[in-house]
Design a protein around this ligand. Structure first.
Ligand code: G1P
Length: 292
């Protein structure tokens, strides 16, 4: 079975929900404590053994490329001032030479189209897709690492799912499920943004995928689906007719940083986790809550 070496990060979205913050800055660069959101996702990929990082970007996203590059002048200045700790932080987050690729989605035609834009960079091997809005704090292992563990037993295609309130199902891709095999369960149906009362379950695709390269051929038809966009879910449904699809229930907590509440909650949760901040931050939060 082929190892999952490459991950695709569709980062072309406009981030209109966060205007004006995202007027001149990509939404993926919004900060949770002291790291941009995209850094959390890349760190999750690294933890799962990803070796090559493929960013599907758009206009005004150049700063993401800079973020993962060497910052020569900055690093020289830090060196001359003997700022060892800061240099170590930069060294740990940089992507190694040749380990990152960037391509542009020229038009906002949907998630399926964004993934298809990475076809030549992925080539003929299974790969991961990681949506950049979702920061996931896994129990024991990261979400993608939980999935690769299952993938090594099942092969095929794997998506991570979580439960949602039935009235929220219309916001997501929803799966129907069948028999279990260890930690995985067979996926029997899939629908993107189901109309009220039609969802096959309350399990939604949370933004982490392991897919076989055949998906690119299916995406090539560029058929539009929900919201008049080229949906990844629609091509996955076609692929399901040919190849096994497995679901893994993510063990952990997801922060949807595409929503303001999720983004703010991520800052609180990750801020409280920093031992150097915990005591002071807790006291500040308690004082704020008293006034509400
Ligand atoms: C996308 C996917 C959907 C998935 C969701 C998770 O939707 O199309 O299947 O459930 O991400 O956030 P979007 O949020 O882009 O509308």
């Amino acid at each position: 079975m082929k190892k999952i070496r490459k991950a695709v990060f569709p980062v072309a979205g406009l981030g209109t929900r966060f205007l004006p913050a995202t007027k001149a800055m990509p939404k993926e660069m919004l900060t949770v404590v002291d790291k941009p959101v995209i850094q959390y996702i890349v760190d999750e990929a690294r933890e799962a053994g990803i070796e090559h990082f493929i960013f599907v970007t758009g206009r005004n996203k150049g700063v993401i490329e800079d973020h993962f590059d060497i910052a020569y002048e900055l690093e020289q200045t830090l060196k001359s001032r003997n700022k060892v700790a800061e240099l170590a932080i930069l060294d740990g987050q940089r992507l190694r030479p040749g380990a990152a690729s960037f391509t542009r989605q020229q038009e906002p035609l949907g998630l399926g189209h964004a993934v298809w834009c990475a076809r030549d960079l992925v080539g003929d091997e299974p790969f991961a897709v990681m949506l950049p809005d979702m920061i996931m704090k896994g129990v024991g292992k990261s979400c993608l690492a939980q999935m690769t563990e299952v993938y090594h037993e099942t092969g095929g295609n794997v998506v991570a799912v979580e439960e949602c309130a039935p009235e929220l199902a219309h916001q997501y891709g929803i799966v129907g499920v069948g028999a279990h095999k260890g930690k995985a369960f067979e996926i029997t149906s899939m629908v993107e943004k189901p109309k009220a009362g039609t969802a096959p379950s309350n399990l939604f695709i949370n933004g982490r995928y392991i897919l076989q390269p055949r998906i690119f051929e299916l995406l090539a038809s560029q058929e539009k689906g929900a919201g008049n966009e080229i949906q990844l879910t629609d091509s996955m449904l076609k692929l399901m007719g040919e190849d096994a699809f497995w679901g893994v229930k993510f063990e952990g907590k997801t922060y949807d940083c595409g929503s303001k509440v999720g983004f703010l909650a991520a800052n609180v949760a990750y801020g409280l986790e920093r031992t150097e901040l915990t005591a002071d931050f807790k006291a500040e939060i308690a004082a704020i809550l008293k006034g509400h």
